[in-house]
Design a binder for this molecule. Structure first.
Ligand code: THU
Length: 144
């Protein structure tokens, strides 16, 4: 799969992200997020946000999905669908990944990795290159 063109696949990813969002542990923000990550071999991993009373320890849905996938040996990824909004309510706004999650994506994904968002009405399709230009990565360290 060079580029992700199949609408059916997108729908499946968004459905899985919505399912994962129901498991969000977000007693402090009340903002639940779900993500579904598509691996190069077709496997899908989901994640939700998991908060902590020590707020900074909280983990975003995207990183939950990435860490689950990486911990099971996956290293190549094509796309991630992300949905977020007020806990218990419908998705109304695009939920773009935070900077920390973008950096985690950059560790494992190329600039053409696709980030799929929805506001409940329309889709937004962004590349990692658009979301994190001029990033710091393993290439920088290889020149040391
Ligand atoms: N959050 C995510 O899980 N992903 C995002 O892309 C943005 C923010 C979470 C972190 C925190 O639990 C809550 O949403 C509010 O910031």
């Amino acid at each position: 799969m060079e580029r992700l063109e199949q609408t059916a696949l997108w729908n499946e990813l968004f459905q899985k992200a919505e399912e994962a969002r129901k498991e969000a542990y977000c007693p402090y923000s009340g903002f639940s997020v779900g993500a579904a990550l598509l691996c190069a071999d077709g496997a899908m991993y989901t994640g939700c946000n998991i908060e902590n009373a020590a707020y900074g320890v909280s983990n975003c849905a995207e990183r939950t999905a990435f860490f689950r996938a990486v911990s099971e040996g996956r290293r190549e990824f094509l796309a991630i669908a992300i949905v977020g909004g007020k806990r218990g309510g419908p998705v109304r706004e695009f939920c773009a990944p935070c900077g920390v999650c973008r950096q985690v994506m950059a560790e494992f994904c190329g600039l053409d990795f696709e980030v799929l968002l929805t506001d409940g009405k329309s889709l937004q399709r962004l590349s990692l290159g658009e979301l994190l230009p001029h990033s710091f990565g393993k290439d920088n360290l290889s020149k040391v």
